[in-house]
Design a binder for this molecule. Structure first.
Ligand code: CTP
Length: 131
């Protein structure tokens, strides 16, 4: 059993999120997703997410490719989450390339290319500007 773990906010869920999740799942037998807490998102991105953590967890958990979800409370706890969930592979989008290489002693670390031209931030801006 090869367990893959990935993390994200997954706010205003879009096709870039779906693709990274599906590609992460394809790297193993079981996919665990850490969905960032509202509080973490506020600290990390300087704004509250559009959808609450309960809603974001519910959406991600409903995906066929996802076996388990949990709330990611802190960016600093990646090693603990990898251990707790017995992850063999950590997958991150390549916007994080190199940032988690220190975990290579605990698991395989894979950075996947982002889907071009879509992001939650761009979607929020686009929707806000079409008054
Ligand atoms: N992701 C991706 N392709 C995109 C957007 C996101 O592969 N076009 C991936 C990220 O690399 C990450 C995961 O989806 O692994 C969750 O990213 P998240 O930060 O929640 O989404 P973004 O759309 O990047 O959000 P924001 O614009 O708020 O930074």
């Amino acid at each position: 059993m090869r367990t893959v773990i990935t993390f994200g906010t997954f706010d205003v869920f879009h096709v870039g999120h779906l693709r990274v999740i599906e590609r992460a799942a394809a790297l193993g037998d079981r996919l665990v997703v850490g969905v960032s807490a509202d509080e973490l998102n506020l600290r990390k991105k300087g704004r509250a997410p559009v959808f609450s953590q309960a809603e974001r967890l519910e959406i991600v958990a409903a995906l066929r490719a996802v076996d388990e979800v949990f709330v990611e409370e802190s960016l600093e706890l990646k090693r603990q989450y990898v251990t707790e969930h017995r992850a063999d592979v950590l997958v991150m989008g390549d916007d994080w390339a190199g940032r988690f290489d220190e975990l290579k002693d605990a698991c395989e670390v894979v950075y996947l290319p982002r889907t071009p031209a879509i992001s939650t931030t761009a979607l929020i801006e686009k929707i806000s500007s079409t008054g």
